[in-house]
Design a protein around this ligand. Structure first.
Ligand code: WT7
Length: 628
């Protein structure tokens, strides 16, 4: 595949991609293996919306990640697995070995009756078997739905039920730092309410004792021992669903973002190669979990499509100490390192002594993803991790976009700290004003929309196309609305300012305020609650909950935090809770979150227009309770 290697080449590629998008992406698609050529490269409208790339074509993502490389790279390392405990053994899988495992697991799934279009839920730790399960699904056309292993039993059950998954793949347990998470126990609790599940396949990760439900539960190793490695690779329609990934929005239950095969494949393959300027033989490490889209696109699919070596790390950045990342960079001679600002800020707070004795000279490119990176953290990352000679690619994208949309191209795009810089080829961002008009020119700010399709974009929400339309294509007619605000500076560079809806980004985890409120309201003593985000030095944003209760009881605040962990997952625990007598509502009953956000930020100097408040006294009372 052609790589962009100069700024002039980027400008040229960008122009081509806007003037002749179909030609541009067809040329990219031709670098992949298709079992049947496509008939039309693009059909689209943003009204229904209906988006089809390479319709009529047939391909297989798993084949493109594995088989395609076997002639030249069979003995090349595909995955390096670094266990949570640094004293345990590193595992390396070559492309040949990974291929065999994936073929076998595809046969296991088929032997259990999994067919094209069936849904398979993957609730796994960061071990190669998680990747093997994903690739095996893609191989036979089963739609995978990976659920982050930090989610609770309730969240897991909701996700399984929303898409009626047939199989659940999980592990006995996993250590994250020194904490043991008993995944199978959580899965058992979830499965009490999941009638569609026929089998639960358990990967023995820690030799922990688990409960086995006869007929339903099967061990991964038992199944793999009796199965053949016959090569099943089912040709898939370019627009066949590939995976579902649940994500949070402003309102309602999580949305099952749906991605399809051909467009997603070529988009992540192309953007991996170009954004990171990946070079043959390099070691790539993305610290994201496979439970999030970054893990799908840039830990598994993007690197494997390019024949790269990708690192899967089971543990956490601060175990056994805050030098773990740097020790791993040195140990595995990592060339490209991709992480989240929250991890950078947390490690920055631990001090530079953790770099001592670690050689980071293998690093060539650094990446950032998941939330805005503040200039201070950018500089620290650039100077201390990158020794002032590695470009930082600040990659802006979303679960819905499938791959990176706005980002520097490493070594090519002139950098500007805290700016995602310029759109990648094929991406046409615009800023909108409140009237729904495009804001022209530079040095402006508005709501970020995209006005032309790109191959990696989501096609629907699983089982609810109308919600898809309403969420993304209704705010602005004929535009995809991202939910983010952005500034375009005098040079035309983009800086993402954050969400403009009721989504909070806590340590790069996307959480809907409504979801947290629902969880809190589930407590017997809670009448009503309102949740907002506030600026947090390490996590980017923290969760602040204002709660009305029926009666005071001991440990209530603690209990409310616990119920959120229990219903959503520990990562969604509110940082701060205050018990309030009422909430600031308008006469029509709408909560004025703007006021609560100001209070949560501790800045009540200017609360704006409060004339529509039903009872302005409530605001004074909340301010007093918040100590302001
Ligand atoms: C939201 C999407 C992208 C994969 C991981 C998160 C925020 C993401 C950046 C960035 C500023 C960013 C946006 C976006 N975001 N990357 N480089 N700079 N903000 O995927 O969970 O779907 O969250 O994360 O607000 O809308 P996600």
């Amino acid at each position: 595949m052609q790589q962009i290697n100069s700024f002039e080449a980027y400008i040229k590629a960008y122009q081509d991609s806007v003037e002749n998008p179909e030609q541009f992406w067809s040329a990219v698609a031709n670098n992949f293996h298709w079992t049947k050529p496509w008939e039309t490269s693009l059909e689209w409208n943003f009204t229904e919306p209906n988006i089809k790339w390479f319709a009529g074509g047939e391909t297989n993502l798993s084949y493109n990640c594995l088989d395609r490389h076997l002639a030249t790279k069979a003995n090349h390392t595909a995955i390096i697995f670094e266990p949570n405990n640094p004293d345990e053994k590193v595992r390396k899988l070559t492309y040949q070995e990974l291929y065999i495992e994936v073929c076998k697991f595809a046969n296991v799934l088929q032997s259990l009756g999994v067919k094209k279009g069936d849904r398979v839920c993957i609730y796994m730790p960061m071990v190669p078997e998680g990747a093997i399960a994903m690739l095996a699904c893609a191989r036979i056309g089963a739609i995978h739905s990976v659920v982050f292993a930090g989610f609770s039993a309730t969240s897991l059950a909701d996700r399984i039920n929303d898409s009626a998954c047939k199989i659940l793949i999980t592990a006995d347990a996993v250590y994250r730092g020194d904490k043991l998470v008993a995944l199978k126990n959580i899965a058992d609790e979830a499965l009490e309410n999941c009638p569609s599940i026929e089998h639960c396949i358990i990967y023995n990760n820690r030799n922990e004792t688990v409960n086995i439900v006869p007929n339903r539960d099967l061990w991964w190793h038992d199944q793999m021992n009796i199965i053949s490695a016959e090569n099943l690779s089912v040709p898939m329609d370019a627009e066949a669903p590939l995976f579902i990934l649940y994500t949070s929005g402003s309102t309602g239950k999580p949305k099952g973002v749906l991605h399809t095969t051909g467009g997603y494949m070529i988009y992540v393959g192309y953007t991996f190669l170009n954004v990171f300027n990946y070079r043959d033989e390099e070691i790539f490490w993305c610290t994201a979990d496979i439970g999030w889209v970054t893990g799908h696109s840039y830990l598994i699919y993007g690197p494997l499509l390019n024949g790269a070596t990708t690192i899967m790390f089971e543990g956490v950045p601060n175990y056994p100490n805050a030098g773990r990342f740097w020790e791993m960079v040195d140990k595995h001679q990592v060339n490209i390192f991709y992480t989240a600002p929250t991890a950078i800020r947390a490690l920055e707070a631990c001090g530079t002594q953790w770099f001592e004795g670690k050689n980071l000279s293998s690093l060539r490119v650094l990446g950032s993803v998941g939330e805005p990176i503040n200039e201070e953290a950018w500089q620290w990352y650039y100077n201390n991790v990158g020794h002032s000679n590695c470009p930082i690619v600040d990659t802006w994208w979303q679960t819905e976009t499938g791959g990176i949309l706005i980002s520097p191209i490493a070594g090519v795009t002139p950098l500007k700290p805290a700016f995602a810089t310029l759109p990648l080829p094929g991406v046409q961002p615009v800023l909108m004003d409140t009237e729904g008009n495009e804001i022209e020119g530079n040095d402006v700010e508005g709501n970020l929309c995209i006005k032309f399709p790109w191959p990696g974009m989501s096609r629907s929400l699983y089982g609810d196309h109308e919600r898809f339309r309403q969420t993304y294509y209704n705010t602005y007619q004929n535009y995809y609305f991202t939910g983010d605000g952005a500034r375009r500076d005098a040079e035309g560079y983009y800086r993402i300012t954050g969400r403009v809806d009721d989504v909070i980004n806590v340590s790069g985890h996307r959480i809907g305020t409504g979801e947290v409120e629902d969880a809190i309201n589930g407590h017997a003593s809670v009448v009503e609650s309102a949740v907002v985000g506030y600026q947090h030095d390490i996590k980017g944003q923290g969760i602040f909950a204002f709660v009305i209760i029926t009666q005071h009881e001991e440990n209530l605040v603690q209990q409310i935090k616990d119920i959120v962990s229990k219903i959503i997952g520990p990562f969604a625990r509110p940082e701060k809770i205050i018990i309030v007598p009422g909430l600031p509502k308008t006469r029509s009953g709408k909560i004025m979150r703007r006021i609560l956000r100001k209070i949560a930020e501790g800045d009540v100097s200017n609360l704006g227009d409060t004339s529509t408040l039903l009872d302005p006294g409530v605001v004074e009372e909340i301010k007093r309770l918040a100590g302001l």
